[in-house]
Write a protein of this length. Structure first.
Length: 291
């Protein structure tokens, strides 16, 4: 039994990794930064979630060497209903990057209203996606993660999987303002962990939630149906894109830059999918997800 527990929670984070997380997180003498990040707490959370990363979703990383040191903005595709995609990117940067880093994810404004989860997110470095927060963290040389699709991406139905939704443009203006390289990250697999076939919009509105997905296993199987499917996940980190120019440039120019990032990321996604076997059993569910 102790061996099973050890495998489930993973080995303790090494002192060298913890020291690196602290060094790259710009925390004060008490071990916190102004947004509530505590690297020791984040390291312990990394240990407990490493089973999900290493054994349940069996994450493979490609191109981690493309992530530069210092300030950087990771821009992945979004999907899968729950934020497993962001969690896997964060775990990859903590467990496999050199040096290890805490990823500062920009989360939706409604996340702080979630009990328990909100405290976990804050201590692990996640921050409400406000432009001022993002810019301030970049000026502290942090690794930021933004999902320009927002809830349009995370709430995608199975029939819309791996098709990028409309991107916001704020991330490009912040990158211009702070001279930050953008690294596109293609996440392949997380959009298959919760294959939503229906969005219960009326119930979601009553619960003040952005969406309420129905999957083949949830709510049919109750709590058991809430487990993510154990599909293999691959992360592809692309080459950095560094824009130069006026952050107050005309919208048309900014939108062209956004489209450049979006098309680059979609190309990476398509390439990753070509190397991945299709889940034909789940493909049959797509007809229920079509409007």
């Amino acid at each position: 039994m102790p061996g099973l527990i050890q495998r489930l929670v993973g080995p303790p984070i090494s002192p060298e990794t913890l020291a690196a997380l602290k060094a790259t997180s710009a925390v004060n003498s008490a071990g916190y930064d102004p947004w509530g990040l505590n690297p020791e707490y984040a390291a312990e959370a990394t240990r407990y979630f490493s089973f999900l990363y290493r054994h349940w979703l069996r994450v493979e990383t490609h191109g981690l060497e493309n992530v530069p040191q210092g300030r950087v903005m990771l821009v992945p595709n979004h999907g899968g209903q729950l934020p497993l995609d962001g969690m896997m990117v964060g775990l990859a940067m903590a467990l496999e990057a050199s040096p290890p880093r805490v990823v500062r994810g920009m989360v939706e404004r409604w996340f702080p209203s979630l009990p328990f989860v909100s405290t976990l997110f804050v201590r692990c470095g996640q921050v409400v996606g406000d432009p001022e927060n993002c810019e301030a963290l970049l000026r502290r040389e942090q690794c930021i993660m933004v999902f320009p699709e927002g809830v349009r991406g995370s709430g995608k139905l199975w029939s819309e999987r791996y098709r990028l939704q409309e991107f916001g443009s704020g991330f490009v203006r912040i990158a211009l303002e702070t001279r930050t390289p953008i690294v596109p990250v293609a996440i392949i697999g997380c959009e298959e962990t919760y294959p939503a076939i229906y969005n219960a919009k009326t119930l979601a509105k009553l619960m003040d939630a952005p969406y309420l997905p129905v999957t083949p296993t949830w709510p049919l199987l109750g709590p058991l149906g809430a487990l993510p499917l154990p599909v293999k996940v691959q992360l592809y980190f692309g080459k950095p894109i560094l824009f130069s120019g006026d952050p107050d440039e005309p919208d048309e120019k900014t939108h062209a830059r956004v489209e450049q990032v979006k098309s680059t990321l979609q190309g990476m996604i398509d390439e990753g999918l070509r190397a991945r076997p299709r889940l034909k059993a789940l493909d049959r569910l797509a007809r229920w997800g079509r409007p």
